[in-house]
Design a protein around this ligand. Structure first.
Ligand SMILES: O=C(O)c1cc(C(=O)O)c2c(n1)C(=O)C(=O)c1cc(C(=O)O)[nH]c1-2
Length: 199
C-alpha cells in the first residue's frame, strides 16, 4: 500500500523537483535494477517467521481493522494537498529507532528467525532517515504560522491514530484472543479485500 499512497502524493504534486525526490520512495518499496525493494524484503521476513509467500500475497490474513486503518491513510493522502500528505509521513522520524531495536533484540528473543528475515529493517534504517529529512524540509517550509504548525500536529495525530488502530486490531486478535467475529465463529470469515474486480 505504501507505494500506492506515495504514487497518490506524486499525482497531486505539481513540483517536478519534489517529485524527483519523492519517487525514490516508490522505488525503495517496489524495487528497481540492483535493489530487490522493501516489499520483497518484507515477504522474506514473513517467510522467515513461517508464513507462506502465497498466503502473504493473498492478503487473506490481513485483519479488517488493519485494512481499514491502512485504507484511511491512503485515502487521506489522495485527497489532501501534497504538502499535508508529506507531513503525514513524519511519524517515520521514530521508525529508525524501532527498526534498530528490532535488529538488536529479535535475534535473542526469536533465535529461529534466519538472517534473511532482517533485510527489511536493515534497509529501512537509512531510507527512513533520508525520507524524514525530506519530509521535514517540506513541513518547515510550509508551516510558517502557529495555525499551520497546529494543523501539522493534527495531521500527525491522525497518522498516529492510523498506526494505533492497526496495533489495537492486532492486539485484540492475537494477544487478547478476540479476533473479529469471535463470539460467532472461530473461522476467519472477514472479507479478503475488494481490490480485484471480477470483470
Ligand atoms: O516499523 C515501523 O515502526 C514503521 C513506522 C512507519 C511510520 O511511522 O509511518 C513506517 C514504517 N515502519 C516503514 O517501514 C515504512 O516503510 C513507512 C513508510 C511510511 C510513510 O508514512 O510513508 N511510514 C512508514
Amino acid at each position: 500500500m505504501i507505494p500506492q499512497k506515495d504514487a497518490a502524493l506524486l499525482a497531486n504534486c505539481p513540483d517536478a523537483a519534489t517529485r524527483r525526490r519523492w519517487v525514490q520512495r516508490l522505488l525503495d518499496h517496489d524495487g528497481h535494477t540492483g535493489d530487490e525493494g522493501g516489499i520483497e524484503a518484507w515477504l522474506a521476513l514473513g517467510e522467515a517467521v513461517g508464513l507462506h509467500r502465497h498466503t502473504l500475497l493473498s492478503q487473506e490474513r490481513v485483519l479488517p481493522g488493519v485494512r481499514f486503518a491502512v485504507d484511511a491513510y491512503r485515502h487521506f493522502v489522495a485527497q489532501a494537498p501534497w504538502q499535508e500528505a508529506a507531513i503525514s509521513s513524519l511519524t517515520e522520524l521514530f521508525a529508525p529507532l524501532a527498526h534498530q531495536n528490532r535488529l538488536d533484540t529479535w535475534p535473542q528473543h526469536y533465535p529461529w528467525i534466519n538472517e534473511q528475515g532482517y533485510r527489511y529493517f536493515r534497509k529501512r534504517l537509512s531510507e527512513a532517515r533520508r525520507d524524514v529529512e525530506h519530509g521535514l524540509e517540506i513541513a518547515l517550509s510550509v508551516c510558517t504560522t502557529v495555525a499551520l504548525q497546529q494543523r501539522a500536529l493534527n495531521i500527525l495525530q491522525f497518522k498516529l491514530d492510523v498506526l494505533w488502530s492497526m496495533l489495537d486490531a492486532i492486539t485484540m486478535a492475537y494477544q487478547l484472543d478476540r479476533p473479529p467475529y469471535h463470539t460467532v465463529t472461530s473461522e476467519a470469515v472477514y472479507h479478503r479485500g475488494l481490490e480485484h474486480s471480477l470483470y
